[in-house]
Design a protein around this ligand. Sequence first.
Ligand SMILES: *[C@@H]1O[C@H](CO)[C@@H](O)[C@H](O)[C@H]1NC(C)=O
Ligand SMILES: *[C@@H]1O[C@H](CO)[C@@H](O)[C@H](O)[C@H]1NC(C)=O
Ligand SMILES: *[C@@H]1O[C@H](CO)[C@@H](O)[C@H](O)[C@H]1NC(C)=O
Ligand SMILES: *[C@@H]1O[C@H](CO)[C@@H](O)[C@H](O)[C@H]1NC(C)=O
Length: 272
Amino acid sequence: MGISLVFVFMFSWHLLINAFSVSVPKEKYKACYGSNVTMECSFPVGEKLDLRALTVYWDKKGKFLVKFVQGEEDFKIQNSNPRLRHLTDQLFKGKSLLQITNVKVEDVGAYRCLIGYGGADYKWITLTVNAPYSKINHRIKVDPVTSEYEITCQSEGYPKAKVIWKSGDQDLSSKATVKYSVGQEKLFNITSTLRVNTTANEVFQCFFQEKDTGKNTSAQIVIQEKTASSKIDLRNYFGTLGAVIFFGLILMFLCCRKKRCENDRHREKVSF
Ligand SMILES: *[C@@H]1O[C@H](CO)[C@@H](O)[C@H](O)[C@H]1NC(C)=O
Ligand SMILES: *[C@@H]1O[C@H](CO)[C@@H](O)[C@H](O)[C@H]1NC(C)=O
Ligand SMILES: *[C@@H]1O[C@H](CO)[C@@H](O)[C@H](O)[C@H]1NC(C)=O
Ligand SMILES: *[C@@H]1O[C@H](CO)[C@@H](O)[C@H](O)[C@H]1NC(C)=O
């Protein structure tokens, strides 16, 4: 049976016996990229659940994700996406739970649960995904002709972020060019390049700012003195120091990323 047929059938059923209704404790879920999320629809079970009278469908964009008919799960459908699981052990409590593990950008969208049990009803749930721009790569190039500096920051995340450039209190964003592309696993790959005339020791910062929340991650770039051959030892020293700082930053970012996600999850719980 196609989705529209099931839908028409169940909806007319709903009009006939409209005492039955499906409810959702939460209509909007926000999940961190790579985390797990469980979306919930609930329905009245009465005294004791009669599996033979129960039908549960979940669909998204016209595709079935779950088909649970009279106590039987259609595993052909579930096996087509191994990251999805219908947690049937909560059905007796009147809860149909759809779990997505290792959330990806492709999971973003509107989900519908359609439940028949005596009567029939459905609800929509939307899922958004957030992948922080936690690792920022940067590069400095000097134009040999004009001596202008070209500073580039690149990172991947989701959704699309705005790149802001600062040097001290000065906002240099309008002088930068930005390139968006779709990178690995549908994440946005953002490359922003700033061209400036500058001198040694000037400090630049690039910020990747989330549009909806204003949260940002940033990288700091210090213009090094142009190295002469006599400064090679010093350069090695700074190279080593740089590497130590770099790995320290990576550790910090990993830590922060985890914490941000945990904070998000915590906030989610509080709001709901
Ligand atoms: C997500 O769920 C899977 C399978 O249940 C589990 O192995 C994994 O540790 C979970 N990941 C997180 C981030 O909770
Ligand atoms: C991101 O974009 C930059 C510039 O367009 C490109 O050099 C880089 O390979 C891309 N990275 C990924 C992971 O796609
Ligand atoms: C750098 O300075 C030169 C000469 O003063 C000027 O022509 C050029 O536009 C400057 N470049 C930038 C990016 O400001
Ligand atoms: C980046 O975030 C910090 C801390 O939340 C905030 O103080 C700062 O104003 C933000 N910067 C930009 C450019 O958005």
